[in-house]
Ligand binder design. Sequence first.
Ligand code: MOS
Length: 698
Amino acid sequence: MTVTPLKPSVGTAHTRVEGREKVTGAARYAAEIPFAELAHGWLALSTVARGRIAALETDSALAMPGVLAVLHHGNAPRVDTGHIGLLGVPPDPSAALFQSDRVPHAGWPVALVVAETPEQAREAAEALVVHYEQEPHDVAFSADRPDAQPVDGHMPAVTGKGELEAELAASAVVVDAEYTTPEEHHNPMEPHAATARWDGGRLDVIDSNQGATWIQDALAKIFSLDPSAVRVRSEHVGGGFGSKGIRAHQVAAVMAATALQRPVRVVLTRRQMFSLAGHRSPTTQRVRLGADPDGRLRALEHRSVNHTSTVFDFVEPAAGVARVMYDADAHHTANHVVRLDVPTPTWMRAPGEAPGAFALESAVDELAAKCGIDPIALRARNEPTAGPVSGLPFSSRNLLACFEEGARRFGWADRDPRPGVRRDGHRLIGTGTAASSFFAGAGPSTAAVTAEADGTFTVRTAASDIGTGARTALTLIAADALEVPPDRVRVRIGDSDFGPAMIAGGSMGTRSWAWSITVAAAELRERLALGADIPPEGITVRSDTTEALAALAQKERHSFGAQFAEVAVDVTTGEVRVRRMLGIFAAGRIVNPLTARNQLVGGMIWGISMALHEGAVRDRASGGNIGADLAGYHVAAHADIPHIEVDWVDDPDPDDPVGIKGIGEIGIVGAAAAIANAVWHATGVRHRSLPIRPDRVL
Ligand code: MOS
């Protein structure tokens, strides 16, 4: 008998393992799981943007049908806000509800009304009378505010080498431009929702989040509980990308479940998400580039300013992208922050890189045009051999391979570089390109792999599949690591009882979880190879990648990509339509081409949305968002999206056991710049403020 060797599963297209459950409705999301005796909480939000709560008239709300309790700063339990949270810093105190009478922004939670039904809770919350002592507020964001100051965030605020002004003065060609991006809001399909209950002395929370153990850890610290007394589950998550961390609704649900000793569910409405889910800060960025006539950079300066709240410093590190992309004799970057009476911004897909690459990659395109050099050739001339700021070697950097392949497929060689000369009826046609990059990292994770007595395998890890296809990718990873077909592997995720794990964030989730699964599976195979008998409860091996990751050599670790766009600009309406887009990425080994393509196309769609549609309006009078819903806040719809082609070049990460780098975020990076550069090529006009709306084009 001949034995056919098993073909690897990694690299083959595989539909989602939970796809059938999702499309048949069998997959239940956080707000859909039934509980006996379930009560419903509704958050009442402040109508003023700054001040203090003078009085709450709770008696009339408590007298309304079905109302069980009203929680507010006068009766809520004191919680711990001084602890160390994710990334080693004290967390945003916005999640620590009802701790004082201060109101730091419009839409701040001032009370939770709990009732038998969601409708009763909502009616009472909307009828709740709150008296405020209002103070003048300030939500006016601009770059030239004297109170803008450098703030580190998760990277140093300022980097610098060389004499900037001298190199600019010595440059034959200079670009000095200001770019702005607007406030952008998270709108995952599934709104934030949590149900909390006490179950035999343990706090049990069903939630929609990007990391069950993250929320477990945060709730344990906030409520001063032993982590083992808290269980958080989030098997299915309908979108996240930065907004689904520890937030007001989980804390509200726990407070109410504790006060009432009943399960309590708190769901945010789409409107409430505009002040409670976090947003991407607006940015104003100044980029100065100085080059020799051949395009070689002598000077690069990238300065960014973003807003944050008065209660937490959140940095949108837009200038960080320049620290990786291009070197120059004088190289200076800075991230500044202005504190305003607004909700704290948060991570949104490629925080920093997405707005940062819009500015930097637009400026590089402007420089290429001024030098009379093809923008791809100009980038090739400025490829650094090491990290421009760190000086560290790149683990791998295949940016030029992406441009080469992209240019070939897009037909870039035939491009007439002159702007504003191609017409199709009443439309001007143009093409543009931009580079992408995103940090490629991994975080410590644990996993357990069990060989079951029936010959199947069960993997348990507290991963969160926010719609990325992570669970399916992990199934393929485990199958290869165990040398079995994927249908013999079941992957269980979204349960903090599975042990510490990386969050679904920073494009690091799948890679981090895959690493821990690979380690556990390898050890299990060794044990099975020794001929171990499998007892009824199976044989389980656990792994922890903390030490392996700590031993990794210091390198610049990034994914790269090349984005191409063709646009048609209607000269009568000012409407910009993207006609086609192509993205070629060097983003590590691709685990599942089917869901990987989804991810990368999804990022590019978000980039189209960022370039042409998205922009929240913050009203200076009220301090809140106008049009805080999907009618007022435009995101790209199907009809806005053309054919998008995505592919990748071979780029396995040399230090990852599977070769993964992570693909969650890179698809959005550079997409808006490629479109803006194409709009310039079509019209001859530079658009340095997003979104490129018809009224700005005309
Ligand atoms: Mo992503 S912005 O790290 O969820």
